[in-house]
Write a protein that binds this ligand. Structure first.
Ligand code: NAP
Ligand code: MG
Length: 402
């Protein structure tokens, strides 16, 4: 069979532990036999990040800016334990955080649905994609314990010395205090990434906040979304027959539960953190959650939402065969290949990506799945397969489709 040609490379970011093992297996079994794969390879495995003092992560992010499409394996974010385990020179920041900061992007998480695994919320029929504004607010706040009676004030000093001062509270007893911020530039990027992704995937966009209570802070988010929509996206939304609407977070929560899915829900940082865990749990498994980072100028980075599956890796290292679910990582590859195909006008490449995804779904529908999914299927009792067996079965289904 003739391999499918590519014209521009994809930025390939290798990672750590069990997902690094799966990465190689996926490429060898499901990509390289079919695609004349061109990538710019960056090894984001912790050993190489340490050797380059994390420069490799920055180089990879810049390569995504240049080439437009990347695919990333899960990576370890070092903590104290990893410092000793890997004898690290520094406690490096999360690669995802570094890449997100350089691309100024927003992360969209979408579950992969199959017929035999029913979401906990009965009426959900289509995926719900959560977009989380991953900058500022309580994640970059300054807070402290107020030790005694006294007055707390908010003070801003402009570059020319003008000061704005507001009383927060006149404490009659000890308490707590917190200051947080966001930036117009970041909110605009968030809004543009959301509208862009809605257009890309032809889905409605919801945005929720709490502007009735936070009349300046959350109101600003609402304004920016409205402004960007009216000025830059309204016509395109009308043409595609999709809608944008803003609603209060409380109302959004109620609507989401009653909905059948099939839209993008944009959330502020904290809401997105909490709601994405709720939505992914209700849909089934973390191993079935895909993730794409979209920059406001249209660069894309695909990955699985889960981590490096450390517990499985330690067993693998001890010579055990594991039943780790490779699906979200396969979908990261198919997402990147499809986007590359779209950007470069390579229909065959995009079609291959869809066939690969369909082959995974067909395999699952035949009752062939890894251990994490077997337990979620109702009514029938299935025997789990090992990761390598699962990939071989996907390959068989893929060959049938091609
Ligand atoms: P994790 O790797 O997502 O795994 C947590 C547990 O979820 C696993 O032990 C496993 O449960 C289950 N699981 C997750 N993915 C699975 C899959 N594909 N197949 C089967 N089961 C799966 O999270 P973690 O253990 O908290 O973190 C491990 C490392 O990943 C950490 O070093 C962290 O820094 C990193 N991390 C990276 C990213 C990223 O790069 N995007 C994201 C999150 C975490 P059982 O053991 O019960 O089977
Ligand atoms: Mg969370």
């Amino acid at each position: 069979m003739k391999k499918i040609k590519m014209t521009t490379p994809i930025v390939e970011m290798d990672g750590d532990e069990m997902t690094r093992v799966l990465w190689k297996m996926i490429k060898e079994t499901l990509i390289l036999p079919y695609v004349d794969l061109q990538t710019e390879y960056f090894d984001l495995g912790l050993v190489h990040r340490d050797e380059t003092r994390d420069q490799v992560t920055i180089d990879a992010a810049n390569a995504i800016k240049r080439l437009g499409v990347g695919v990333k394996c899960a990576t370890i974010t070092p903590n104290e334990k990893r410092m000793t385990e890997y004898n690290l020179a520094e406690k490096y920041k999360s690669p995802n955080g570094t890449i997100r900061a350089i691309l100024d992007g927003t992360v969209f998480r979408t579950p992969i649905l199959i017929d035999s695994i029913k979401p906990v919320v009965r009426n959900w029929k289509k995926p719900i994609t959560i977009a989380r504004h991953a900058y500022g607010d309580v994640y970059r706040c300054t807070e402290f314990r107020v030790p005694e009676k006294g007055k707390a004030e908010l003070l801003f000093t402009g570059e020319n010395g003008t000061q704005y001062r507001h009383e927060i509270y006149d404490f009659e007893c000890p308490g707590i205090i917190q200051g947080m911020y966001n930036k117009d530039s970041s909110i605009y990027s968030f809004a543009r990434s959301c509208f862009q992704y809605a257009v890309d995937t032809k889905q409605d966009l919801w945005f929720s906040a709490k502007d009735t209570i936070s009349k300046v802070y959350d109101e600003r988010f609402k304004q920016v979304f409205e402004e960007v929509f009216d000025a830059e996206y309204k016509a395109e939304f009308d043409r595609l027959g999709i809608t944008y609407f803003y609603t209060l977070i409380d109302d959004a929560v109620a609507r989401v539960i009653r909905s059948e899915g099939g839209y993008i829900w944009a959330c502020k940082n904290y809401d997105g953190d909490v709601m994405s865990d709720m939505v992914s749990t209700a849909f089934g498994s973390l191993a079935m959650m895909t993730s794409v980072l979209v920059s406001p100028d249209g660069n894309y980075e695909y990955e699985a939402a889960h981590g490096t599956v450390t517990r499985h890796y330690y067993r693998y290292r001890d010579g055990e065969r594991t039943s780790t679910n490779p699906i979200a990582t396969i979908f990261a590859w198919s997402g990147a290949l499809r986007k590359r195909g779209e950007k470069d006008g390579l229909e065959e490449l995009s079609k291959f990506a869809t066939n690969l995804e369909n082959a995974v779904i067909d395999t699952l529908n035949d009752g062939i799945m890894t251990k994490d999914l077997v337990g979620l299927v109702e009514d029938v009792k299935l025997e789990p397969v090992y990761s390598d067996e699962f990939l071989e079965q996907v390959k068989k289904h893929l060959d049938k489709l091609l």
